[in-house]
Design a protein around this ligand. Structure first.
Ligand code: HAM
Length: 433
């Protein structure tokens, strides 16, 4: 007989079990309340978009578009893609809904799943979540600094330690072509020592070599010409202002002259936020760094997608990476408050009364827990103890017949019997003390 095979979950995709849900909720609720303070509004865009949005927006030469996009053809012949990132979808929505006429800049946040066909490894999944911010309609340097500050504040508020922002400027259409020429010449003369992907990147976009995670390429990159030495006056002034603003607001940063990012739309400022705990220690094997959050300015994207030009800056937090750091740094926080009351029961009649009692407590906004599926009182008391309930209400067969209930104070162990129709009043009185 053929052996039954169980269907497995798809490689690189994860179930988020109840124990992990609290981390997701924590990250999103801290981020949400902070960004709403800074004037951001929520936007949801579809998970499926025209694949062309990303080849135009993210860039046809990027790894995301060339290797990592989940594309599909619909029955009607449209070529769609599961979103690998938020930014092009939000820029499309900005144009679709005429957000140029809204008060500028438009500040938008989004959260949800993204899909990239990556090689699964620690911190790199094929389905992952981001908390993403975009500020569209303003070119001021102060916004670059403020956006970085917001990401830094979210991570700090989540009690993550040893954070550092790495920052660079990659120039714009005026200064980047010359810098690219310089880089091409530098890498061409060292092509034999680069990985196969980078030999292609030198032809297509030499900036991308700076971003390669291969150790042998990084060695060559460390001696390469730096963008910062070749910025035009406008980009130079912009970058200087961003750094001055960051100094003012005391966000710790480090210049990384080789930071370029793997997406094509960036202009001027680019940044990534890391935890120093994850950095390579002396004598350790080479390990690519894992960014917790990343982003930058993208003043050319709206025009590229057919709109008018508009300054824009944005970034995103990788939610799974934050959660894994929260766990490794053993971050603790006050979770849901303990139930005030636990209902323990014995027998079917008691379960019926218990169900009714539970609804009365819910309506009275008293936090109540139960374990109606369990029959052993010992197990139920253990659970009440574990949940930290203040009082346990015990409904045994005798109590149900007599129309009473036993209230047990879980701290002192003292028990009293009260009438069932007076129990709510009694519990309220005791909770007030
Ligand atoms: P990104 O650098 O591709 O930028 O992703 C931002 C963050 O998402 C990364 O720093 C990382 O924390 C997380 N991330 C990326 N890929 C994965 C993965 N495969 N598994 C787990 N986490 C991952 C963007 O997506 C830009 N759209 C950010 C942006 C917004 N720039 C301007 N506006």
């Amino acid at each position: 007989m053929a052996k039954k095979t169980r269907i497995q979950r798809v490689t690189g995709m994860h179930d988020v079990l109840p124990d992990d849900q609290k981390y997701f909720e924590r990250v999103c609720s801290i981020a949400k309340s902070l960004v709403e303070f800074y004037g951001f509004s929520k936007i949801d865009t579809p998970i499926l978009e025209e694949a062309e949005l990303y080849s135009k927006g993210t860039g046809s030469n990027t790894d995301i578009v060339q290797k990592q996009m989940y594309t599909l053809k619909t029955k009607g012949g449209d070529v769609l893609a599961l979103r690998p990132e938020f930014t092009p979808g939000i820029a499309r929505a900005f144009l679709d809904h005429g957000m140029y006429t809204w008060p500028q800049p438009v500040k938008l946040y989004s959260s949800g799943p993204l899909f990239r066909y990556e090689s699964p490894q620690a911190g790199r999944y094929r389905q992952f979540n981001q908390f993403n911010l975009e500020i569209i309609g303003d070119s001021s340097a102060v916004l670059d600094a403020q956006l970085i500050q917001i990401f830094y504040n979210i991570l700090s508020e989540l009690k993550l330690k040893n954070l550092i922002v790495e920052i660079n400027s990659i120039g714009d259409h005026q200064c980047r072509p010359y810098y690219k020429k310089l880089l091409t010449n530098y890498f061409r003369s060292r092509a034999a020592s680069l990985c196969a992907d980078c030999r292609r990147r030198v032809r297509e976009n030499p900036l991308r070599v700076l971003d390669c995670k291969e150790e042998k390429c990084q060695r060559i990159v460390s001696q390469a010409p730096q963008t910062i030495d070749h910025l035009c006056d406008e980009c130079h002034t912009h970058f200087k202002s961003v750094l001055e603003f960051l100094d003012e607001i005391e966000v710790p940063y480090r210049l990384n002259p080789h930071l370029v990012r793997g997406l094509d739309y960036y202009t001027k400022t680019v940044f990534e936020i890391f935890c120093e705990d994850n950095q390579k220690k002396e004598g350790e094997e080479f390990q690519p760094k894992i960014a917790l959050a990343a982003g930058g300015r993208y003043d050319g994207l709206l025009k590229l997608l057919g709109g008018e030009g508009a300054g824009a800056v944005g970034g995103a937090i990788g939610v799974e990476r934050i959660i894994s750091l929260m766990k490794s740094q053993e971050v603790k926080w006050q979770e849901n408050p303990n139930p005030q009351v636990f209902i323990a029961q014995l027998g079917n009649l008691a379960k019926r009364k218990g169900l009714r009692l539970m609804e009365e407590f819910r309506r009275a906004k008293i936090l109540v827990a139960e374990s109606f599926g369990k029959d052993s009182l010992k197990v139920q008391f253990k659970m009440a103890d574990k949940l930290g309930a203040g009082y346990t209400l015990l409904l045994g067969q005798k109590e149900v017949l007599e129309g009473t209930v036993i209230i047990r104070d879980m701290k002192s162990g003292k028990q009293d019997t009260v009438k069932l129709n007076k129990v709510m009043e009694e519990v309220k009185k005791r909770l007030k003390k």
